[in-house]
Design a protein around this ligand. Structure first.
Ligand SMILES: C[S@@+](CC[C@H](N)C(=O)[O-])C[C@H]1O[C@@H](n2cnc3c(N)ncnc32)[C@H](O)[C@@H]1O
Length: 245
């Protein structure tokens, strides 16, 4: 199994990242709505929606939303809020395509760069481009590679709900690694996150030759401008400019 197939589907992922909550989702979604002003018929895809924190809030604001994720455990949490305008599908982002369906595709909180090959990352961008309507937006919220390397905390211990998480982070030229050793009342597990160190030019490179135009880059959930030297996030916004292959 690949790391992203079992780690996100484990109950420990939800526990370790429980501060990535509804409140944080609301902040980003409110700011995106304010900036891009979707109309009431706009259709959204939350690609890699996890437990649906962004999708659910967007739907509560009146929009039609599909959520896609590989983790059934996360989707089961998301599906508690399912309704006729909020649907969830268990699919791999490398495979999911719905031609010209969406006005907005969101890929939020570092849900990109998990694969070994450039071709697989490219497939996600190509599928998203096909799935967008013309003038639709593809918004990717990724880490700022420079800052993540600069501020790396190599060793850290967190205790949450009496579970001990020992976290070791490192990086090489291509990836950042987060090894998570868990001790849950004597039962031990190890997971490793491995995410490609993509930067703004890597995303531009991935979009080359596609019908996508780089529109904006933001550096945080308040949508301040991106600055490689000090922004926490790299939020990259592409617009689909036409439908030609
Ligand atoms: C860091 S989490 C972010 C989840 C959500 N966007 C959020 O902000 O809470 C990454 C998500 O990507 C999903 N994922 C990982 N690989 C995937 C794949 N190949 N296809 C679809 N989803 C995938 C995981 O299951 C996980 O829910």
């Amino acid at each position: 199994m690949k790391w992203f197939e079992n780690w996100f589907d484990s109950k420990y992922y939800q526990i370790l990242y429980k501060n990535r909550n509804q409140e944080e989702a609301k902040l980003l979604i409110d700011n995106l709505i304010n900036k891009f002003k979707p109309n009431k018929y706009s259709c959204f895809l939350d690609l890699c929606c996890g437990n649906g924190r962004h999708a659910t809030y967007l739907n509560k604001q009146g929009f039609k939303v599909d959520g896609v994720d590989l983790s059934d455990k996360s989707l089961n949490i998301a599906r508690k809020n399912k309704n006729q305008n909020l649907n969830f599908y268990c699919e791999d982002m490398r495979e999911y395509v719905k031609n010209n369906k969406y006005d907005f595709i969101l890929n939020l909180f570092t849900s990109f760069g998990y694969f070994e090959t450039k071709q697989d990352n490219l497939r996600v961008i190509k599928n998203s481009c096909k799935s967008l309507k013309i003038n639709g937006y593809f918004i990717i919220d990724f880490f700022n590679s420079e800052i993540i390397k600069k501020n790396i905390i190599e060793k850290e211990i967190k205790i949450i709900n009496d579970i001990i998480f020992k976290i070791n982070k490192s990086y090489d030229k291509e990836f950042i690694y987060k090894q998570i050793e868990i001790n849950d009342k004597g039962s031990k597990y190890t997971f490793t996150e491995k995410v490609r160190l993509l930067n703004k030019s890597s995303f531009i490179d991935l979009s080359k030759g596609l019908n996508l135009r780089l529109e904006e880059t933001f550096g945080d959930y308040y949508l301040n401008p991106f600055n490689e030297l000090n922004s926490d996030r790299l939020i990259i916004v592409f617009k689909k400019i036409n439908n030609y292959e």
